[in-house]
Design a binder for this molecule. Structure first.
Ligand SMILES: NC(=O)c1ccc[n+]([C@@H]2O[C@H](COP(=O)([O-])OP(=O)(O)OC[C@H]3O[C@@H](n4cnc5c(N)ncnc54)[C@H](O)[C@@H]3O)[C@@H](O)[C@H]2O)c1
Ligand SMILES: O=c1ccn([C@@H]2O[C@H](COP(=O)(O)OP(=O)(O)O[C@H]3O[C@H](CO)[C@@H](O)[C@H](O)[C@H]3O)[C@@H](O)[C@H]2O)c(=O)[nH]1
Length: 473
């Protein structure tokens, strides 16, 4: 069976994955017409905005959209038209953790995937290759196939592929231009293999052939959960060691460096922090935990569960250290939180450690000044409200101020907490910040970002994750 040559692509879901991924496909494949669709009108309007005020901040993304939009890249809310015209459809919708019902708090909510799949089944009148781009539990492709086949028109066949996305926010464009690998899973039937080749040909326009891995459907689905679980596991491992460092006088940076020199371990993803955030790690591990439990593998479930538990512990431990260091009470004190995004170079706040820290500070009745260079104010209010649903937003606003700069956040504060590793926090004029603060002025570095010695010389009392408290040194 010779593979179909893809000429029209539809991507359902114009979010952090669908938007950048399919913009890059459009850029690299000028012969393919790419339409990215979403039900969210405001999001599509932003993608189409004249001043390129895109709905997500990602370094390098605007440049790609400027080159391809209107040429062979289109953004639309007309989902049905895009489905009808396409020969290949990416399903790139959100798969958040279920909030209620069976598996609540663990299982992935597959409602959006199912609705998109049903829409494809209803609208399609010609053969389609349907590609799972969203992160889903193992064997979701089977449910998608059942829905599609039960609703298909005569002479209309569907081939389902799994093609998980491995981009990280903040580096999405380089990850897409030069991926470590592109993974495509298919049924090992002649039709499945042929569909797999069709998608591989799209990527082959810019990805070296040896980096395009083709595997079975279920391996592909599971590999995505496995990759995230193993990345997060490294962070929880180093964070667990950071607690030992704080208690013994060892330095976590030195430990990471020493451990990472072993070529079998490698140096990446060993940076101790106030805890990992982002929309994927926790969600995907909990998904793996749920899958393991459903498969009657409680020991496997408990093993992965511990990665998330350690992350919660790390955040709690950090808040507690702030309180303990500030003479065991922060009531009425002002804390400047620098950074609200879950990592640098993104405006995304999903599962950001900053949310948990601020919630903890508020429950101790402290005042908080928060500054982030990219996160929009409405998002901060929404996140803080969601974190403390029983507290009226007006009360939260009495305790929290959103500051326009790090300098203003530090004015009149007793302590600065670095929650996100934005480069500008390393390079700010710390002497100027020091002058505007109450004394003694404390800095809590949750990201191993600043030069503790330099700040100590200025007069700050510096507490760094994975290093003993100043009193112990
Ligand atoms: N964010 C990341 O860095 C990342 C990386 C790799 C994989 N993933 C996975 O990719 C998937 C998407 O993640 P995201 O961060 O882009 O989510 P997102 O919430 O930013 O975007 C999803 C979009 O899908 C739209 N949508 C939902 N149902 C729809 C429907 N039936 N028709 C049309 N549009 C619909 C939503 O309106 C939303 O704009 C998730 O499964 C996630 O786990 C995310
Ligand atoms: O050594 C490290 C590395 C990361 N982090 C934190 O871990 C979180 C996640 O970071 P990162 O993985 O860089 O960003 P994500 O955008 O969440 O990307 C992850 O999740 C995506 C969604 O599934 C995957 O596609 C990516 O491959 C995977 O890296 C952030 O809070 C980071 O600050 C650390 O604390 N220490």
């Amino acid at each position: 069976m010779s593979p179909v040559k893809v000429t029209k692509i539809c991507c359902i879901g114009a979010g952090y994955v669908g938007g950048p991924t399919c913009s890059v496909i459009a850029l690299k494949c000028p012969h393919i017409r790419v339409t990215i669709v979403d039900l969210n009108q405001a999001r599509i309007d932003a993608w189409n905005s004249d001043d390129f005020n895109l709905p997500i901040y990602e370094p390098g993304l605007e440049d790609v959209v400027r080159q391809a939009r209107g040429r062979n890249l289109f953004f639309s809310t007309d989902v049905d038209k895009a489905i009808e015209e396409a020969d290949l459809i990416f399903v790139s919708v959100n798969t958040p953790t279920k909030k209620s019902g069976v598996g609540a708090g663990f299982a992935a909510d597959l409602n959006y995937v199912e609705l998109a799949t049903r829409r494809i089944a209803t609208i399609a009148r010609s053969n389609k290759i349907v590609v799972e781009k969203s992160t889903v539990p193992c064997r979701t492709a089977e449910s998608m196939r059942t829905i599609l086949e039960a609703n298909s028109k005569p002479n209309c066949r569907f081939d389902i592929l799994s093609n998980p996305e491995f981009l990280a926010e903040g580096t999405a464009m380089t990850d897409l231009f030069k991926p470590d690998r592109v993974l495509i899973g298919s049924l090992q039937t002649p039709e499945g293999i042929s569909a797999c080749q069709s998608l591989a040909q799209v990527y082959a326009n810019w990805v070296p052939k040896e980096c395009i891995l083709t595997v079975g459907l279920w391996s592909s689905e599971l590999s995505k959960l496995a990759a995230n679980a193993m990345l997060a596991q490294r962070i929880s491992s180093i964070n667990a060691l950071s607690a030992i460092c704080e208690a013994t006088g060892a330095n976590i940076d030195e430990v990471s460096n020493a451990v990472g020199y072993d070529t079998r371990i490698g140096p990446k993803f060993l940076k101790a922090s106030v805890g990992f955030g982002g929309s994927c790690f926790q969600k995907d591990i909990l998904n793996l935990v749920y899958l393991s439990e459903s498969l009657h593998l409680p020991e496997v479930a408990a093993y992965w569960r511990q990665v998330v538990d350690m992350n919660e512990y790390q955040k709690r431990r950090f808040s507690q250290r702030v309180v303990d260091t500030l003479f065991k009470t922060i009531t009425g004190k002002r804390i400047a939180v620098l950074g609200f995004a879950f990592k640098a170079d993104t405006g995304d706040t999903r599962e950001s450690a900053a949310i948990t820290l601020i919630k903890d500070f508020l429950s101790e009745r402290a005042f908080v000044n928060v500054y982030d260079p990219k996160v929009v104010h409405e998002q901060i209010w929404m996140d803080l409200q969601e974190a403390s649903p029983l507290v009226p937003l007006d009360n939260i606003k009495k305790q929290v101020t959103i500051s326009p700069s790090a300098f203003e956040a530090a004015q009149g504060a007793d302590a600065i907490v670095i929650a996100t590793e934005w480069k500008e926090f390393r390079d700010i004029d710390w002497e100027r910040l020091y002058k505007g603060m109450n004394k003694p002025a404390f800095v809590f570095d949750g990201r191993l970002l600043v030069d503790a010695e330099k700040l100590t010389k200025i007069g700050f009392k510096v507490t760094t994750i994975g290093r003993p408290s100043p009193l112990l040194t």
